[in-house]
Design a protein around this ligand. Sequence first.
Ligand code: AMP
Ligand code: GLY
Length: 428
Amino acid sequence: MNILILGSGGREHALAWTVAQSPRCEKLYCAPGNGGTAAAYENVALDPMDFKAVGRFCAAQKMDMLIVGPEAPLVGGIADYFAQEEALRHIAVMGPGQTAAQLEGSKRYAKEFMAENGIPTARYRAFEQGQEADALAFLGELAPPYVLKADGLAGGKGVLILPDRAAAEEEVSAMLSGKFGKASHTLVIEEFLAGREFSVFALTDGQHYRLLPAAVDYKRRGEGDTGLNTGGMGALSPVPFMSEALWARVETEIVKPTLAGLQRRELDYRGFLFFGLMEVNGAPYVIEYNVRLGDPEAEVVLPRLEEDLLEACQQAWEGKLPPGPFVEKEDEAATVVAVMEGYPGSYPKGKAITGLSDVTEKDTLLFQAGTRQEADGKTYTAGGRVLALTGLGKTREAALEICYAGARKVCFEGIDYRRDIGGEWRKK
Ligand code: AMP
Ligand code: GLY
């Protein structure tokens, strides 16, 4: 099979690394990819939002499958575009159509979907511009802290958690008047859930599903879960606090009703579905849906698969996904993300990275993210999250040792990473 992976992060490098191991994989391209995928596979300079250009490349290179890494092309309708074009229709697109992608693209859509299907989630109301008075009054029905969410995609910055009523009132007004542009012209206000976050992933064909290994993500920039929210600074799989009972509740209370809801709405969904969950006193609640794999969760989830992901993707495309979860490796995985100083704010780019070849796959898996390979053959930083270093080991402790051993080998001016990934679970 010829496969194109869209995107340029650590998740896409991990997807490429996984797919490349399949005996079905003949030619593998990444668009636009990063320094890591340039070195190991083949990058194509395509903008994932330029569907026509992506389509032309796929037709010309006889692509069999398109795996969409990030959400934006899905929310923009890339799967529908491929389905509508005669020359592209046969290509297996991993990712839902535009309507189902609203599960991630619109918080309001996701909340209404959950309400309709009895899926546990925080109590909420949605407000439009012009309904500011109602929104302010709804704050009075909730206890602090207050959770405000811009309806649309806001680059991971659209969720605000505010400790007191005055700050929440101020933000309600700011968001409705366009603090996040059109994304916050609709506002969701919801109850704060106090618990433990974790993520569950399914590959689905819209009727059947297979669960992948679950993960926890370290979202905050600073050690001890302090500082700004980021795309993710590290991750673990399996989830240290996951029990059989919690798995069973996730499946019956969340995954199955979500699939039933997709069918009720007759939505075409072939691809990955990510459940962002909160465990509150043993009960799972949905914080958000994403219509793709997570980053850096993919960097711990995919290396733990014991099965051929490409074969499963083909089965999902054909609507023939067999039942049962993916077989997981017993090995545990941990990843730490090396970032550029300044991230998630502004940061410099173009710093030379050294030590990459000292990280050998036998020890640590190196998934590149914000990097670029230049004509001189060297690799330079090109983003805030630069590298993800994954350890696989017999225990979580061993996995953490391996990922940090990898992190110590790489260097660039301004490198930083959290030293406390998995820390709360480590022997003191
Ligand atoms: P998001 O940008 O949608 O990933 O949300 C950012 C983070 O906000 C989530 O990962 C949670 O940590 C937090 N969050 C969102 N909704 C709630 C909620 N209802 N209660 C508590 N925390 C929340
Ligand atoms: N790490 C969270 C995400 O991919 O959305």
